[in-house]
Ligand binder design. Sequence first.
Ligand SMILES: Nc1ncnc2c1ncn2[C@@H]1O[C@H](COP(=O)(O)OP(=O)(O)O)[C@@H](O)[C@H]1O
Length: 289
Amino acid sequence: MAAVQRLLRASASGGAAAARRRMSTAVAPEQTPAAAAFPFAAAAGRARRRMAEERNVQWVFLGCPGVGKGTYASRLSRLLGVPHIATGDLVRDELASSGPLSVQLAEIVNQGKLVSDEIIINLLSKRLKKGEEQGESGFILDGFPRTVKQAEILDGVTDIDMVVNLKLREDVLVEKCLGRRICGQCGKNFNLACIDVKGENGLPPIYMAPLLPPNNCMSKLITRADDTEEVVRNRLQIYNDMSQPVEGFYRQQGKLLEFDLPGGIPESWPKLLHVLNLEDQEEMKLATA
Ligand SMILES: Nc1ncnc2c1ncn2[C@@H]1O[C@H](COP(=O)(O)OP(=O)(O)O)[C@@H](O)[C@H]1O
């Protein structure tokens, strides 16, 4: 059975414990041949598994720019009570702080290029440390790892339970990026694009209603400097070159859950909850709201 399915089954059978979504690692390390040969490895494996059982989920969201990683990762983070950590947000916060890195970062980000592994790991470490000090447990990472090197580094420091790979056709991704807006006052994200493409060449039709801002945000909408058509196409190319291999990295580990978005939030969210075995969780949350 695929590791992701094992993880999902484990979480589904968690009952009330699922409220905190404590997860165990997919493969018990003490069952591996290496662990059988070296008893200390089995002990380390047990310790690592015990740690995993005592914490909240550690998930990663992968997917091209504009696919909706932020939307679904933040919804799941609210549902599961774990922080949603988007490295793109960390970079934008650093840019806005006008700190020593900001001029260098602005140039890289506005061209759609990747920030160096060193800078991004530094920003992420600081964010994780702050969270740890505040008692956070678990996370949903969005936008990290984006290179195999980053994935290897992450693997060296912690166990990732599951990786959700969101997928959408490329013409839709470009339209969605061009429609993105942020309210300069409240910081909420909206999308003015109305996606309505016919099914062709074996691809299904897809409809995504715009996510319109309320009247009081309308006059304060900002477009990200890296959401121009030229930069979006560059980011998509960079994703294909640098980040797609990360999918293979996790596929090999049996942790990748592929998810084709069937439409906008009303169509996709229930389906995502279903494949993640989280429908009961949402019902429980709605009932107690
Ligand atoms: N893990 C990362 N590695 C390198 N650069 C990153 C990483 N995460 C974010 N960035 C930088 O921040 C920019 C914005 O990231 P993000 O908001 O995640 O964009 P996207 O909409 O392309 O998913 C990226 O184009 C890149 O310059």
